[in-house]
Ligand binder design. Sequence first.
Ligand code: GLU
Length: 447
Amino acid sequence: MAPVVRFAPSPTGFLHIGNARPALLNALYARRERGRFVLRLDDTDTARSTAEFAAAIDEDLGWLGIVPDLRVRQSDRIALYDAAAERLRRAGRLYPAYETPDELERRRRRQLGRGQPPIYERAALRLTEAERAALEAEGRRPHWRFRLDPGPVTWTDLVRGECHVDAGSLSDPVLVREDGSYLYTLPSVVDDAEMSITHVIRGEDHVTNTAVQIQILSALGAPVPVFAHHNLLTTASGEGLSKRLGHLSLRGLRAAGFEPGAVASLAVLTGSAEAVRPVADLDELAGLVDLAHVSRAPAKFDEHELEPLNARLVHAMDVAEVAPRLAALGIDPAAAAPFWAAVRANLVRVSDAAEWWRVVRGPVTPAIADPAFAAQAAALLPPEPWDGATWKSWTEAVKAASGLKGKALFLPLRLALTGLDHGPDLAGLLPLIGRARAEARLRGEAA
Ligand code: GLU
């Protein structure tokens, strides 16, 4: 049976590099196994979810090359959660509890003070009808807890192997708030069951939820999907990546000029068995991702690796691939092919090409230490048309006339022609600069 996976972000912020990991691990799994990828917006937190963030999630996934086969949002599916909650109530697995957050906190501190684990000890289950009625008469509204079965919950995790969680060490989770709204736990289970999700691939921060969710699935009589809990990306110093790290948001990285292939490769290959390298093609990347080989240690994400990865991708790009972006940078389409060939090896980002285009078309303020030498070189410029061989024949002539060679010859010419002491091979740039500008610059004029 073809697998069905889902990526389930909450539209309460922009996706960042840490979210790109589960998004890609799911999408790549679906690609590799010819399955389906569902984008599910976990938007039951209506106070923090926005339509703008929802649209941004789709756009950012699209930038990475991920196009969902199906999109759903939980706010459209509340009736399903109501029905499931009702079934759990009838089965005696969902019970009302009336403690306020303050009461729970005091109780928790008392337990910790006595050296006991701070587990909810089910006082609400012992309330009599009369006590419940009295609490309701006081104006208290219940929240609803799922009654866990004590004992071990086990599953075979695609990343972590055999997993055991002792449900007796957990508090009965609250599934429904006082106002009737749902926390994440139940809707997620209901959707996974109702959409026949076969594989739940998500971060290892959900391992405990998985134990609870397996029990809820069983209580609802639904099949248990395969689980895979991948390691989380941390910063180089080991802290978790949070949504506040704005510069690591996918749109921030995109605005900074990074290629989706560089971002995707780093998000996926970090903390895997594969060496981190730029892989722009998602099918190829899918072939490299084996959940069984994802490391269990935290995956340290080093954003400084992005630049070299990006550069390697850019250096391998064909002009046809970048032509529209070069045009958008103001680069003359007629010159795009020779220009790209001349500069691409010097770029970290495609957008860096704009600076070299300025160097080609000017104005450039030449840097000239020896005007006599520069004038001598100007006088030796051959007539046009120029091509890739012009630089060599011209500099040979300048070398013969001046007696200079090596750096003493080439650096002053570069400084005069570009105003810079570094840059792309001048054999490629010189024909693009052209005779008129080259001559003016060698004579010390900004051109
Ligand atoms: N909305 C949840 C999260 O972003 C989804 C977790 C899951 O995949 O079940 O953490």
